[in-house]
Design a protein around this ligand. Structure first.
Ligand SMILES: Nc1ncnc2c1ncn2[C@@H]1O[C@H](COP(=O)(O)OP(=O)(O)OP(=O)(O)O)[C@@H](O)[C@H]1O
Ligand SMILES: [Mg+2]
Length: 601
């Protein structure tokens, strides 16, 4: 309930307008001129017939008549030019606001958000909803907020001005107008509420569509599409996703048609009553013909303002809901850097896991009871079948995920008592799906290190075996990566990509080193090279090495085997071989395969 109250229209207004104002003050103030210019324009328009009729009825001479017409023309011209300028300024300013400011807020949030929340079902949905509504700039989505707010303000002020004018005619006119307004407003709001309920389904269907639209067109999947003849299957899935989206769209259309029908009936009723009163008063002689023309135009205008308010409220509510969704995304929990203290490790730490359990999205536990004490500087190898929970375990150790029960201690300090930033400062990692950025090779290795140490840079490049590759590039280490994005860029092979990721992790030189299958894409020589140098890479670090190549575990101090959510076997290679359990079976199977190929492991 509290969460709902947090995003009231007023708090959304405060958030959004403050952001807009701070982004472009002049543009913001100029856009506001849209309100007086529109009202003035419409007032002049309804006064013109009265002016002409009155001038003809009580003719004061040609020059007076011409002066009046000239004055009206000048006022109209000024109002029209101001309106045009204000509208252009508003559109330009709002486009930049969405493209620059809101996109930046989104990206910052995505990178500071608690990792577990970001990868959870709700987090992914919220991020996607917020991202989609940035795409429309001022055409749809969150960027329509200010334009719709201004439209609504114009209609509302216009309505008040016209109502003040009409109340002088007869209170019945205003009463009829207000009652009908209220009914059509209710109908619009009800339809809007129903549309809002469909938004979650729409976002899900949209995500599916986007996935098929974009993720199946990239270079990486082009191979699979051909080899596995996936085209027909993808077309089918895309059609299904599109049908889902169309079904939701049709429901939205239905709501819209209902509102349209109700509004049309109401307009008919309203006009019947008010024109009857007006004609009656004119026939009675209580209104001049000029007055009749003015009030008829005002009634018409008021009707227009009213329907603009009704549709404007619906449209504004939609934009307001977008702001709420965006703010909900911004308010998702960040990495916790406030509670707990900063931990700065000066040497390899001791890491202890006590009865650690973890599950994703309240699903069945992936890890149910993991206890392990790792000595300072120890090299741990983690093995296990696919989906056993190895990656999950290291994500827990490096603080990206938090245990659902049990605790993890670094040098005796529970990880719950240290800030998220402490992990960033003390952990180097290569994940299975780490990405490189479209910047230079050097930048990809040194990352945030502003004064790069050239000697250690050359050392890590040599350690991972990339020296020759980099020397062969015209711009050497300054060559940008990702060919189709960077000019003069280069494309690394899968194994070279992995070497670069490894170089980045080693360069960071943190006391905790985590490598999740860092050599899976490397050729045997490169892999052997990493194994041989592992002692040097992991020197003075507490390290974790995940690999399916079991020969890699030989250079680690201790091997742990994860199975069924906990550590099933633990010890050195020889101890585990002697034990004759799963490790023994996996190792024997793998080495048999190699030996059959003519080589021992
Ligand atoms: N973000 C996630 N949301 C939900 N479930 C997840 C998520 N990440 C992993 N899982 C599930 O948790 C289980 C363990 O995954 P994990 O990635 O830890 O396995 P792994 O041992 O590293 O496997 P592999 O050898 O294939 O890398 C799997 O069943 C997987 O489906
Ligand atoms: Mg894994």
């Amino acid at each position: 309930m509290n969460i709902k109250r947090k995003y009231t229209i007023f708090s959304n207004l405060h958030f959004y307008l403050k952001e807009c104002f701070n982004f472009d003050r002049i543009g913001f103030v100029f856009a506001m001129l849209l309100i007086p210019s529109r009202i003035l324009k419409s007032l002049v328009t309804i006064f013109i017939p009265k002016l002409v009729i009155d001038s003809i009825q009580n003719f004061d001479g040609e020059s007076v008549f011409l002066m009046r017409i000239l004055l009206v023309t000048v006022v109209m011209a000024v109002a029209s030019i101001t309106e045009l300028l204000a509208k252009n300024t508003m559109e330009h300013s709002m486009n930049s606001f969405v493209l620059v400011r809101l996109n930046r807020l989104w990206a910052e949030k995505a990178s500071t958000m608690d990792y577990e929340v970001f990868t959870s079902e709700d987090g992914k949905q919220s991020a996607e909803k917020a991202r989609i509504m940035l795409e429309g700039t001022t055409r749809w989505g969150i960027g329509t907020y200010v334009p719709r707010l201004l439209e609504l303000s114009v209609s509302f002020i216009g309505f008040v001005v016209y109502a003040a004018l009409l109340v002088c005619v007869h209170p019945l006119v205003l009463a009829a107008l207000l009652v009908t307004y209220f009914i059509s407003l209710m109908a619009t709001l009800k339809a809007e509420k129903k549309k809002q309920l469909l938004k979650g389904d729409a976002a899900r269907a949209e995500r599916k569509m986007n996935y098929f639209a974009y993720n199946t067109r990239g270079l990486s999947i082009a191979k699979d599409i051909r080899i596995y003849s996936m085209r027909q299957w993808i077309t089918q899935m895309t059609t299904l996703a599109r049908l889902d989206l169309r079904r939701i769209d049709e429901k939205n259309q239905d709501y819209q048609v209902h509102v349209l029908i109700i509004n049309s009936i109401i307009v008919l009723l309203r006009d019947g009553i008010v024109y009857f009163v007006l004609i009656y008063l004119t026939l009675e002689g209580r209104l001049t013909i000029g007055d009749f023309a003015l009030y008829a135009a005002a009634i018409n205008g008021l009707g227009e303002w009213l329907s603009l308010i009704t549709s404007g409220i619906g449209a504004f509510r939609e934009a307001d809901n977008n702001v709420t969704d965006f703010r909900k995304f911004l308010d998702l929990p960040d990495e916790d850097n406030t509670t707990g203290k900063e931990l700065t490790l000066t040497s390899a730490p001791e890491i202890e896991l006590k009865n650690v359990a973890f599950s994703y999205n309240d699903d069945a536990p992936v890890l149910s009871d993991v206890s392990l004490k790792v000595n300072p500087g120890e090299k741990i190898a983690i093995v296990g079948t696919n989906g056993a929970g190895k990656t999950t375990l290291i994500k827990l150790i490096c603080g990206l995920l938090k245990p659902k029960s049990g605790e993890i201690l670094i040098n005796g300090i529970p990880t719950g008592n240290i800030t998220a930033k402490s992990f960033a400062n003390n952990v180097s990692a290569v994940f299975q799906d780490s990405a490189l950025l479209p910047v230079s090779i050097k930048k990809n290795i040194i990352m945030n290190d502003s004064d790069a140490d050239e000697k250690s840079l050359a050392r890590v490049i040599s350690l991972v075996g990339l020296t020759d590759k980099i020397a062969s590039l015209e711009n050497g280490i300054e060559t940008p990566l990702v060919k189709h994005i960077s000019e003069n860029g280069t494309e690394f092979s899968g194994g070279e990509h992995q070497k670069l990721l490894l170089a980045r992790a080693i360069y960071k030189n943190s006391p905790i080193l985590i490598l999740d299958e860092p050599t899976a894409a490397m050729d045997p020589i490169a892999e052997q090279n990493v194994y041989m140098k592992y002692n040097e890479l992991a020197k003075d670090k507490t390290s974790f090495f995940i690999s399916h190549r079991l020969s890699s575990t030989r250079f680690c101090d201790r091997i742990i085997l994860i199975d069924g959510g906990s550590i099933k076997e633990m010890g050195t290679h020889d101890e585990l071989m002697k034990k004759g359990g799963l490790y023994h079976d996996m190792y024997t199977l793998q080495s048999k395969y190699y030996q059959e190929g003519g080589e021992a492991v």
